[in-house]
Write a protein of this length. Structure first.
Length: 452
């Protein structure tokens, strides 16, 4: 239900049930970019030939301003086009809006006809291929958290995103009464996603006022990243339609827990069995080495787990966000939490926040773990107790500046992603840092305006 074949789409277009097809890919921030096609024209031309988009979309900042310094595209190259090639496996209804289908695209160079190396979906595809070389397939799931406000987006913007009214007035973690009050939005999202071919497991209240989580069923990792993108777009559009707003930023409130995106991952071998456990249910070398690599390379890929200035304000003791690189069984103070039994055994990484680009965060996790398998990297001993108080355990990087420096100087990142990708994203994140350094914040004005 909700997933469309080409013939199924053609039939719905012919029956005048669909008149619009959204053709999309994500930029570095994880935002959906693309075009809305007349459905008839999409069937005639877009389906076979794709479409074009300006290559500046992989160089712009949050305000859509072109940024100098990229090799991929710049003023001297004239900002030409890239080719958006629909992946028909992602064709689905967009059931949160009327008479619309949606498809995700790969970004392809118009001259060489090869995947654009710095496009987020390409980066994940390459790591999926790397796992396949080892006879492995990754399954994954995102636990995506967000805050809901009664203010619409335009009102929130006019108020400088200050003094907004949360959709709730007390912490609602697992509360069924309080979460019933947001069913017009969250319930609508669950139903719309289900009708769009994205199976939903559940939604729940989270650990802050107005905070919620929606979980869709795990899938092959590229499919999961596509689902993650569609889920965010669905929730945002439904909020907008209902005169509300939501945010996925990592730390919208200084005095409350932030938005996490815990990611779960396991590996499946050629026989279709979970490669993390043997027939007796014992953990395998593959499990140990994958966990060891994932942990060992946190610094190398931290910028993909925490991609904004704001991301790092989430890492605070006692906040439900991890602060140190430790693993433990079913322990929510650890950055890596091992959960499940038998075929459901998996590793949950609690480091990423709600602001991640799913293609990049999954590429980072998979690249790290596969390197662990290749290099036989053993994890440290399992930690028992409160990791927040384990001062002898390595702390995660505390600023985007530190994370970018680690990635820029990482031999592992340059080997598995390529110099072009590392240089491109180091420049991208560096632009965020430069922009923040030049800004005058409300904190500065409140602190210094009168009394300095």
């Amino acid at each position: 239900m909700g997933n469309l074949s080409v013939d199924g789409l053609a039939n719905m277009v012919e029956q005048d049930e669909i008149d619009t097809v959204v053709v999309a890919f994500t930029d570095h921030y994880g935002r959906s970019m693309g075009k809305r096609f007349d459905a008839g024209f999409f069937m005639e031309e877009g389906l076979t030939h794709g479409t074009h988009a300006c290559d500046y979309l992989l160089t712009v900042d949050m305000n859509m301003d072109p940024v100098d310094g990229y090799t991929f595209a710049n003023w001297s190259t004239g900002y030409g086009d890239v080719h958006m090639v629909p992946d028909i496996n992602t064709l689905r209804l967009a059931a949160w809006t009327e008479r619309t289908a949606m498809v995700q695209c790969d970004v392809v160079d118009q001259g060489t006809h090869e995947l654009v190396s710095v496009a987020p979906r390409t980066i994940l595809r390459h790591q999926v291929d790397r796992a396949a070389d080892h006879g492995l397939r990754a399954n994954a799931a995102s636990e995506l958290e967000f805050f809901i406000y009664e203010d619409d987006y335009r009102s929130a913007h006019k108020a400088n995103h200050s003094g907004l009214t949360p959709a709730g007035w007390y912490v609602e973690d697992y509360h069924l009464l309080q979460t019933a009050r947001v069913e017009p939005l969250v319930g609508a999202a669950r139903r719309a996603l289900g009708r769009s071919g994205i199976p939903v497991e559940n939604s729940k209240g989270e650990a802050a006022t107005g905070q919620h989580e929606l979980n869709v069923r795990y899938a092959e990792v590229l499919t999961m990243a596509d689902r993650h993108v569609v889920m965010k777009q669905c929730i945002k559009e439904l909020a907008d339609q209902g005169g509300q707003s939501v945010t996925f930023m990592a730390k919208p409130h200084a005095d409350a827990p932030g938005n996490s995106c815990h990611i779960h991952m396991s590996l499946v071998d050629a026989s279709g069995q979970n490669a993390f456990v043997d027939s007796a249910g014992n953990k395998t070398e593959t499990f140990r080495w994958f966990l060891g690599g994932w942990m060992a390379h946190v610094n190398d890929v931290m910028a993909f787990y925490a991609p904004t200035i704001n991301s790092y304000k989430r890492y605070a003791a006692g906040s439900w966000a991890p602060t140190r690189v430790a693993w433990s069984t079913d322990n929510r103070t650890a950055g890596f939490r091992v959960v499940g039994h038998g075929q459901s055994t998996r590793i949950e990484c609690r480091i990423p926040g709600g602001d991640v680009n799913p293609y990049l965060v999954y590429a980072a996790a998979l690249a790290s773990g596969i390197d662990g398998i290749e290099q036989h990297i053993e994890p440290p001993p399992e930690f028992e107790g409160d990791v927040y108080n384990a001062h002898d355990v390595e702390h995660v990087p505390t600023t985007l500046r530190d994370a970018v420096a680690h990635m820029d100087n990482s031999a592992m990142a340059r080997e598995v992603f390529g110099d072009d990708v590392v240089d491109h994203y180091a420049h991208f994140y560096g632009t965020e840092i430069t922009g923040f350094d030049a800004a005058v914040t409300d904190w500065e004005k409140q602190r210094y305006f009168e009394q300095i």
